[in-house]
Each structure stands twice: as C-alpha cells, then as structure tokens.
Design a binder for this molecule. Structure first.
Ligand code: MG
Length: 380
C-alpha cells in the first residue's frame, strides 16, 4: 500500500487523484490546496489526512479554527504549510497538481525531502527544469509524468534506451479555435475559449490550450523529462484525443499510447509505476471511432509554440519569464479585461522586457517571476 501527499488537491487533477487513491486503496497522508477552503474542508473530512494546508493564510487559519475538535488533521497555511505537506515523512510519493509557478516550491520541497514526484505541475519544469532535474538526479529520485502526453511518452519508452529514441511526437487537441485564423479569434472572450473539444480541465489550462501555450509548455516539459534536444520534439494536432503521444525510434518504428481521454489513466500509471494495475475505465472501441485524424499545427495563428521553441533553445530564465507573463495575461483574459488576441502580445512583450539570465538560481527564477508579472500587469 502506498502513501501519497497531494498538492493542488481541489483542482481537476487533484480530485481525480483522490478518486484513483480511493479505488486503489492508497493512503493519503497530506492534502494541500490554494484558496478553495470549502472544497479542502470536504476532502479533509472524507480522507482524514494527517496534515492539510491551504496556501491562502487567512483562509487557512479560519479553517484550522473551524476544524478544531472536529477531526485530528493538523491544518497548516501559507507557502510553508504547503511545502510541509510536500515533505511529509510518511508519504512515498508526492502528486503535485498545483497550477502555475506556485507548484515550484512544493516540487523542490518534495525532492529535498527525498520524495519521488508524480508531476502534473508542468510549470515546475517550464520555469526551472534544469534546477529541478539536477535536484532529482542528486537525490536519486524519479519524476513521473502525469500530464497525459508525457505519461504516454513515458509508457512508450518503457524498455528502451535513451540513444534509441529519435523523436517525441506530442499530440495536441488544437483547442476550441483550431482551424481559425488570427483575425477571426482576436475578439473572442472566455466563454468561447473555455469550450474545449475533448478534455474537461481547469480554466487556466483550457485557455492555455486555446492559445497553444499549453502545447509549447509541454514541449519544454518533454525536453526536461526525457533528456532530448529541442529538435527531437514535434507536435501534431489530433482532434479526437485518443492518441496521447508517440515515440519514434531510430529504426523508424513508432510507438503510441491510445485510450479514451480520461486523466485518471495517466494519474494511476504514475502512482502505480512500475506496476500496471486494473482500472475500471471505458475501453477503446476502434470500429466506433472509425478514423483518427492528424494535422500540422498552425504556428502563425498560434505563435506561442514558436516562443516556447526559443525557450527550449535559450533556456536560462526565459521559461519563467514566459510563464509569469502568461499567468498574468490569462488571468486578465478570464476576468474579461483583455480579449483573446491580446494574450500572446502581452506575454511576448513582457517576457522580453525582463533581463535574460543564462544560469539562474531558484531565487533568480522567483525574482524573474516577480519582475515579469509587474511588467505584464503594467501592459494591461
Ligand atoms: Mg497535457
């Protein structure tokens, strides 16, 4: 029986992780959430973890008072509280499903405490991939990908050697604006951007999927997870979200991982790894699907992917700059302050306004994040 800590437990991936843990009979020792106090309270009463934390300090203190005498769970708050959950002594595996750069400190805290990581927080690698990888290597720990594409690649790579891999092919749904041109979508608002064709996800990642920034981030994530060069990573648009990604080997053979879209599958594979266990999920019905389609991505209409290729080439603090600017721009878009067409220009301009550092420390990464947020905010 494994013992887990779940960071970002009230988000879409966090909730599904708790479902998988319940199905598999895993113990959950720690839960951490950002601001959703009511949802966290419900989870605490259901799961009864030893420790739980809320990133929001005020709400965390209120929750601690409220649960005093009601249950034995120790309630913490703030960044330190969330990091304490990531470092809990009794957990075998930390599932980090936080959204944004707020997941980076818990990632570092988990690795420093010697915990293997099931990583859904792609921003940890986008912002600080070199630092996170170096720490995992130093401690001899595994970073198991939960992101469906990377989990698919990870599955395809089982039993192969690094030098046998020629190319990683990441599939993209194309988001709700697939096939549209820039002028047709410039004025779109959150309602249109949140209509994802195949996956039901949180609002932030759904918007990132509509700009293709999510796919750009996933290329960066793949480079760090699988130790490949930028030119070994390709993206193909696949509207049906059945093929979750592919690996091409040096003999020309291509392996793919297929399943109906359901995040519980990659979550379970990461949590159960290296075992593969029974799961009560919908099975693939190929005749019912009849056909699967593939298209080249439109990098002119969705330039976020080009910017992320530059991040892969240049490294340094550019990933943190792009991510921080994107977090601000997407929040402004979701709040109705800017239209769709203003997201990308804001991100690029703000990201380029921050001084480039080739070998940033972890604190440089957080400073870059602060600077780029101020720059992006001033542009709105
Ligand atoms: Mg993904």
């Amino acid at each position: 029986m494994k013992t887990l800590s779940v960071i970002g437990s009230t988000g879409s991936i966090g909730v599904q992780t708790l479902q998988v843990a319940a199905e598999r009979g895993y113990r959950v020792a720690g839960l951490a959430a950002g601001r959703s106090a009511d949802a966290l309270e419900q989870q605490i009463l259901q799961v009864r973890p030893r420790v739980a934390a809320l990133y929001d300090e005020t709400a965390g203190k209120v929750l601690a008072q409220k649960l005093k005498g009601v249950c034995d769970t120790q309630i913490l708050w703030g960044e330190a509280g969330v990091c304490a959950v990531a470092a809990l002594e009794e957990s075998d595996l930390v599932v980090n499903a936080a959204v944004g750069i707020s997941g980076l400190r818990p990632t570092v805290a988990a690795l420093e405490a010697g915990k293997n990581l099931a990583l859904a927080n792609k921003e940890s690698l986008v912002c600080a991939g070199d630092i996170v990888n170096a720490l995992a290597t130093e401690k001899g720990l595994a970073i198991l990908p939960v992101d469906s594409e990377h989990n698919a690649i990870f599955q395809c790579l089982q039993g192969s050697r690094e030098e046998e891999v020629e190319r990683l092919i990441i599939t993209a749904s194309g988001g709700p604006f697939f096939g549209k041109k820039a002028h047709e979508i410039a004025d779109m608002g959150p309602k249109e951007a949140l209509k994802h064709p195949s996956w039901s996800m949180g609002a932030k990642i759904t918007v990132d999927s509509s700009t293709m920034m999510n796919k750009g981030f996933e290329m960066i994530e793949a480079m760090h997870l699988f130790h490949v060069r930028p030119e070994q990573i390709d993206v193909v648009v696949h509207r049906e979200s059945i093929v979750h990604s592919l690996v091409e080997f040096r003999d020309g053979s291509v392996l793919a991982q297929l399943s109906p879209p359901d995040m519980r599958l990659p979550i379970q594979y990461a949590v159960d790894y290296p075992a593969r266990q029974y799961a009560p999920r919908k099975r693939l019905d190929l005749p019912a699907l009849a056909k699967l389609t593939f298209f080249a991505p439109d990098e002119e209409t969705f330039p976020a992917m080009k910017l992320c290729r530059e991040v892969m080439e240049r490294g340094g603090n550019l990933g943190a700059a792009v991510n921080g600017a994107n977090e601000v721009a997407v929040a402004a878009f979701l709040a109705g302050k800017i239209p769709f067409g203003k997201i990308y220009p804001t991100v690029e301009l703000a990201a380029r306004s921050v001084p480039f550092l080739q070998s940033p420390t972890l604190e440089d990464i957080f400073e870059t994040d602060r600077l780029v947020r101020a720059a992006a905010t001033s542009m709105l």
